[in-house]
Ligand binder design. Structure first.
Ligand code: A3P
Length: 313
């Protein structure tokens, strides 16, 4: 069984996505004050989006999910229109490899990497969760083969990582690692604040509860509450006409809802974007031959680089 994908100009994305909107997204011209959060899917995007927004809002979380989406739109599916009119400062989410990413030396980019084992497991659950992939009965063994062959949506995990790793020292790129963010979240929050603007870094000196508030608002437990039901209400249920007629609904999201109207699925009120949020969940999913195969691919792909230093153990 294979999830519902499509290939647009040589790049694999979910079949539910609008190819037109995706092409327009790729041709977006970044503004000088743009900040992007870029990841291969399932590497900690939503967590980083919440941290950044909490910093930008000086420790106040987004009031509603709508506000969260306005401040941090997903360029690949909303297209450039939404990004051009978004409130600023905000943070634009993409999942693009460096060669496809709308790029300007003046814009800033936060890239988050996560170890391929946990990323594969998380992406497997994600693909089963979203009905538009039509993979709810898919097995981990089936998904593993697709992942290791670089045939999931957004292409090969390793090519994506390598494409951004080359730019890790660029002054407008902040290269983060999910496992390090987990090990010392406070340090990651400060690093992000400093990268955004030194004023944000200084904010922590003036407001001694700020760090505690941000860590609390962006914890797995709090984010589960603020995220999973909202994703469920939009992507887990059969779309209704009111949603489709909403004049504010971006073209690319309308395309996804139209796609969902034409498929059969069991409705689900929650989509677990925030699932476990731990390091090492792969150990409960991989067989020994699978972990050996992924490790061999990792070694082969990263030859000539020191990427293995990102995950020392
Ligand atoms: P798991 O599926 O391993 O639990 P993305 O936002 O890029 O889709 O990434 C989703 C992954 O990040 C999920 O991993 C999710 O649980 C994890 N995640 C979400 N919020 C988190 C948080 N506050 N802290 C740590 N991990 C988080």
């Amino acid at each position: 069984m294979t999830p519902s994908y499509q290939v647009v100009d040589g790049f694999r994305i979910a079949k539910a996505f609008s190819p037109d909107t995706f092409r327009k997204a790729l041709s977006y011209k970044p503004r000088n004050d743009d900040l992007f959060i870029v990841t291969f899917p399932k590497c900690g995007t939503t967590w980083t989006q919440h941290i950044v927004i909490n910093i930008l809002k000086r420790g106040i979380p987004p009031e509603t999910f709508k506000e969260f989406q306005r401040l941090s739109p997903f360029l690949d599916i909303t297209g450039p229109g939404v990004v051009e009119t978004m409130p600023r400062p905000g943070a634009i989410k993409t999942h693009l490899p460096f060669n496809l990413q709308p790029y300007s030396p003046q814009a800033k980019y936060i890239y988050v990497a996560r170890n391929p084992f946990d990323c594969c497991v998380s992406f497997y659950h994600h693909t089963k969760e979203f009905p538009f992939y039509q993979f709810s009965d898919g097995t981990f063994d089936e998904y593993f083969d697709i992942f290791i062959n670089g045939q999931t949506d957004y292409g090969d995990y390793f090519d994506h990582l390598l494409s951004w790793y080359e730019h890790r020292e660029d002054p407008n790129v902040l290269f983060l690692v999910y496992e390090k963010m987990k090990a010392d979240t406070q340090a990651a929050v400060l690093k992000i604040a400093k990268f955004l603007n030194q004023e944000y870094e200084h904010m922590f000196l003036k407001d001694e509860n700020l760090m505690e508030r941000i860590i609390r608002h962006t914890s797995v437990e709090n984010m589960k509450k603020s995220t999973n039901e909202h994703f469920g209400s939009f992507f887990g249920l059969s779309p209704n006409d009111d949603q489709l007629k909403d004049p504010e609904l971006p073209e690319g999201l309308k395309h996804i809802l139209e796609f969902m109207k034409n498929i059969e699925f069991t409705p689900k009120p929650e989509i677990k974007i925030v699932r476990k949020g731990i390091v090492g969940d792969w150990k409960g999913h991989f067989s020994l031959p699978q972990s050996n195969r992924l490790m061999a691919k990792f070694r082969q792909k990263i030859q000539g680089t020191d990427i293995d230093k990102l995950w020392p153990e």
